[in-house]
Design a protein around this ligand. Structure first.
Ligand SMILES: *Cc1c(COP(=O)(O)O)cnc(C)c1O
Length: 393
C-alpha cells in the first residue's frame, strides 16, 4: 500500500514523545509585550526576542500601515526583478550607518541571510570553523556551501587555534563562524581573540549579531561595537526580527562584499523581496534605537535587577554563565524542565523549557525586555521560589 511508505513518520513521532522532545505551538492573543495573553490566560512574558519592546510600539505599527497604504501588501517579486523599493535601499543604508560598515544587504529573514552569505563565501575547496553552539542557520549555511565544516568547542580558543594549525593549510579559503551572543546560553564569543587568530591564519570571520543588535554597544550596533572592533573587516549578519520588532535579515560589511552577495547569494536572488511593511517597520525601529538609548539602558537595568534578585532570594538556583539579557536556569532533565515551565505557567509566568536536540542540556530560558517592570521581575522570582520549594518538599 502506498500509505505504508509514510508509516515511519508516526513511529518517529512516538519516539519524539517518549524522549520528551515533543513541541507544539502556543497561541499568543494580544499585542507583543511584557504582559501578553497566551492561550486565553494573561501571563508575564519571559520568552520574547523583542528586547527593546518595540514590536508593539505604535510608531512601528503606524509606519507599517503607512507603507502598505502607499505601496500595497506583497512586494510582487524578487529584489532584482519587481520587488525592490526605495525603502529597501533606505533600510540598507540605515543598517550600514548603525553598524559603521560601507554597505548592507537586506534578506527576507536572518535565516536566509546566513544561508546565502555562507554558501556564497566558501565552497568545496574551503574550510569552515564553527562554534559548536552556533545557530541552526549558520550550520545549515555551512552544509549548503559544501565546504568542510569543523566545529570547535564552544568559545574554546585553544581548540579553534589547534584546528587552524592542523587543517587551515589544506584548504583554499577559511571562514570562522560564530554567534556573538549565543541564543540558548546568553554568553558571548571571544571576538577580539577570534579576530587575532583569523589574522594569523588568513581567515575570514562571519559573526551573527541576531541577539546583539539593539542590545550591545554604545549605539546599539551589537557586540562588534561593544568590543570596539567596528573598524575590522568582518562579515556581520543580523535579523530585523528581534530588537527591531519586524521580520527580515541582513548582511553588513564592505561595499565589495555586499555587491558580491547581491550577485551571488541564491537566498537573496531567488526569493521574494522583504515585504514593504516589514521594511518600513524596521526603519522606524532603527530610528528609535538611534534616538532613544533609554530603552537599551532600561533593558540592562532589568538584567542586573533580576540577577541581583535571584542571587539574594534563590541562591540554590544554578544559572548558566550569561553576559546578555538571555538568562538560563540549568535543569537536570527534559522532564524536570517541562515540569518547572508548567508550574511557572500556572503562576502566570511564561518561561519556556529548552531541551535537546536544540541544546545539549535542558534549561529554562528567560529573556528580559526593556518593558519589564520591577514588579514583573519580582513576580518571576516569587513564582520560582514557590515551584522550587514544592520540588524540595
Ligand atoms: C533568530 C536567529 C536567526 C534567524 O533570524 P530570523 O530573522 O528569525 O530568520 C539567525 N541567527 C541567530 C543567532 C538567531 O538567533
Amino acid at each position: 500500500m502506498l500509505e505504508d511508505s509514510y508509516l515511519w513518520i508516526e513511529k518517529s513521532l512516538t519516539t519524539i514523545h517518549q524522549a520528551n522532545w515533543y513541541r507544539s505551538v502556543r497561541t499568543l492573543e494580544s499585542l507583543p509585550g511584557a504582559e501578553v495573553v497566551l492561550e486565553g490566560k494573561p501571563v508575564i512574558n519571559f520568552a520574547s526576542n523583542d528586547y527593546l519592546g518595540l514590536a508593539g510600539d505604535y510608531r512601528l505599527i503606524e509606519a507599517a500601515i503607512a507603507a502598505i497604504q502607499t505601496f500595497g501588501t506583497g512586494s510582487t517579486g524578487s529584489r532584482l526583478m519587481t520587488g525592490h523599493r526605495e525603502l529597501h535601499r533606505q533600510l540598507e543604508l540605515e543598517i550600514a550607518a548603525l553598524k559603521q560598515t560601507e554597505d548592507a544587504l537586506v534578506f527576507s529573514s536572518g535565516y536566509l541571510a546566513n544561508l546565502g552569505a555562507i554558501a556564497s563565501l566558501v565552497g568545496a575547496r574551503d574550510l569552515i570553523l564553527a562554534d559548536e553552539y552556533n545557530h541552526s542557520s549558520l550550520k545549515n549555511g555551512g552544509i549548503l556551501s559544501q565546504a568542510t565544516q569543523i566545529d570547535y568547542q564552544h568559545c574554546n580558543l585553544a581548540d579553534l587555534s589547534q584546528n587552524l594549525a592542523q587543517y587551515r593549510s589544506h584548504y583554499r579559503r577559511c571562514l570562522i563562524v560564530s554567534d556573538t551572543v549565543f541564543s540558548m546560553d546568553g554568553d558571548l564569543c571571544p571576538l577580539p581573540e577570534i579576530l587575532e587568530l583569523a589574522e594569523a591564519h588568513n581567515c575570514m570571520v562571519l559573526v551573527d549579531e541576531a541577539h546583539a543588535t539593539g542590545v550591545f554597544g554604545d549605539n546599539g550596533a551589537g557586540c562588534v561595537e561593544y568590543f570596539g572592533l567596528t573598524s575590522f573587516p568582518l562579515i556581520q549578519i543580523g535579523t530585523l526580527s528581534k530588537s527591531l520588532g519586524s521580520l527580515g535579515g541582513y548582511v553588513a560589511g564592505s561595499k565589495n562584499l555586499v555587491d558580491f552577495l547581491r550577485n551571488r547569494a541564491a537566498s537573496f536572488i531567488y526569493t521574494t523581496a522583504l515585504s514593504i511593511a516589514d521594511t518600513a517597520t524596521a526603519l522606524a525601529a532603527l530610528k528609535i534605537i538611534r534616538q532613544e538609548p533609554e530603552h537599551r539602558q532600561q533593558l540592562w537595568e532589568n538584567v542586573s535587577t533580576l540577577k541581583q534578585l535571584i542571587s539574594q532570594e534563590l541562591p540554590e538556583i544554578n544559572l548558566l554563565p550569561s553576559a546578555s539579557p538571555i538568562i538560563c536556569i540549568s535543569m537536570g532533565s527534559p522532564s524536570q524542565a517541562l515540569q518547572l515551565t508548567q508550574q511557572l505557567r500556572e503562576q502566570g509566568i511564561f518561561a519556556p523549557a529548552i531541551r535537546p536536540p536544540t541544546v545539549p542540556t535542558s534549561r529554562i530560558r528567560l529573556t528580559l525586555m526593556a518593558t519589564h517592570e520591577t514588579q514583573h521581575l519580582q513576580a518571576l522570582v516569587a513564582a520560582l521560589k514557590t515551584s522550587i520549594n514544592r520540588h524540595l518538599a
